[in-house]
Design a protein around this ligand. Structure first.
Ligand code: GDP
Ligand code: MN
Length: 390
């Protein structure tokens, strides 16, 4: 699960990480009020920042440095409600519904600092670079030697010498070196304590007056650990997520939209992966990954159909269900019920195998619905790609 920058900064601040001061606002008036609140404490310059679940906002005009308080209102008016297009949003962009007003820092240098999972090594990896403010992927591509990497065994935790290696490697000196060391270890603690899969600060800055502060923050949380953090789960902003994926989540379906034109409904993640492979092998492109889980009922099948078919790219639909715990006749009944309720506008190919497969096939046949069936998976994949070209 992704969270907004202002929420990521809240999480970090709770763990003592030094973040730039800021107040989130839903309206232009609230943004002006936020600036006035900070001005009362002596803040004279501000940054108005779009809050969307995508980076690269600066490039798209979603981050505006505002040298005096008079500029806060016009900048808030410009950003709030805009359809912000960044290199990470796609061409349609994302509607800005919230803005963060921050106290602007005077920057001496921008750095990159991030923690993420290295699944290959089974460890956390902290990455740092003196090339901050730039996409880390670009740095990795052009000048990989400029990225410092330190692997942390989660069973041991971050060792002081490792925090030092990063702070020293970034070239910090004196008091700032001490602060940077502390920053690294607090960032790592925040990452671990919140069960994050990524915590990224880009840029981390050294200010003109020698402080080490996060100007931006991105945190991705592990969905599978959210049950341990109800306060973090509450940070979910469904408006930022793919509406079909949100709908699928409500029915306990595991749905991920892809770019192809063959919709697939499968029970079990492994079978779903195998099905996608065979669709590709037969010359098609999967439009989605959809795991309906072990207990595919008429209800889940119907929800799955609706979700898959609301993607206009879907030109054919393949159902591949293995009856292990679930019975194929039940699934078939679900398909018939769903197909009678939903206007099925694309060819449907169904493969049922396992418990009560024959009964299931008979139900499909008797329904009189234009459903093609297949015995072998390869045959099903070939039929679905043939249907695309028909
Ligand atoms: P992103 O474009 O979505 O990554 O948004 P950031 O929060 O990283 O902001 C983009 C850029 O705006 C940063 O890399 C900084 O160069 C600049 N910026 C953000 N906050 C401040 C600030 O307080 N002071 C100054 N001088 N620049 C800032
Ligand atoms: Mn950034």
């Amino acid at each position: 699960m992704k969270v907004h920058e202002y929420q990521a900064k809240e999480i970090l601040a709770q763990h003592g990480v030094a973040v730039q001061r800021g107040i989130v606002a839903d309206t232009v008036d609230e943004a002006v009020e936020a600036a006035e609140t900070m001005a009362a404490d002596g803040v004279t310059q501000f940054v108005v920042k779009a809050q969307i679940h995508a980076g690269g906002r600066g490039k798209g005009g979603g981050v505006k440095f505002t040298p005096s308080i008079d500029g806060v209102r016009p900048n808030a008016e410009k950003i709030l409600g805009m359809q912000l297009v960044t290199p990470q949003t796609g061409p349609e962009g994302q509607l800005v519904k919230k803005i963060l007003v921050t106290a602007a820092e005077d920057i001496a240098h921008e750095y990159y600092l991030g923690v993420t999972l290295d699944r290959g090594k089974g460890m956390d990896v902290i990455m740092a670079s003196t090339e901050g403010g730039v996409e880390i992927e670009e740095v990795a591509e052009a000048t990989p030697e400029k990225i410092i990497k330190v692997w942390v065994d989660p069973a041991v935790g971050l060792r002081p010498y490792q925090a030092n290696e990063i702070a020293f490697g970034l070239g910090f000196e004196g008091q700032a070196l001490k602060e940077a060391r502390g920053f690294v270890s607090k960032l790592y603690n925040a990452y671990r304590a919140s069960d994050a899969t990524t915590a990224e600060i880009n840029p981390l800055v050294l200010t003109d007056d020698g402080r080490v502060v996060a100007l931006d923050a991105k945190i991705d949380l592990d969905d599978n650990a959210l049950f341990r953090h109800p306060e973090l789960a509450d940070m979910r902003d469904e408006a930022e997520e793919d509406p079909l994926e949100v709908e699928a989540g409500k029915h306990n379906l595991n749905y991920i939209k892809l770019d192809g034109n063959v919709g697939c409904m499968v029970n079990g993640a492994g079978l779903a992966m195998g099905t996608m492979d065979l669709i590709k092998l037969a010359g098609g492109e999967p439009a989605n990954f959809l795991d309906v889980g072990g207990t595919a009922s008429a209800e889940t099948v119907e929800a799955g159909f609706r979700i898959i078919l609301s993607d206009p790219n879907v030109k054919a639909l393949l159902v591949n269900v293995f009856g292990g715990i679930v019975r194929c006749d039940r699934v078939a009944a679900g398909i018939v019920e769903a197909a009678s309720k939903i206007d099925l506008t694309v060819p449907l190919i169904v493969r049922l195998q396992g418990t009560n497969a024959e009964e299931g096939m008979a139900i499909l046949k008797e329904s009189g619905l234009p459903i093609e069936s297949a015995i072998r998976l390869q045959e099903a994949a070939e039929k679905v790609t043939a249907a695309l070209n028909a």
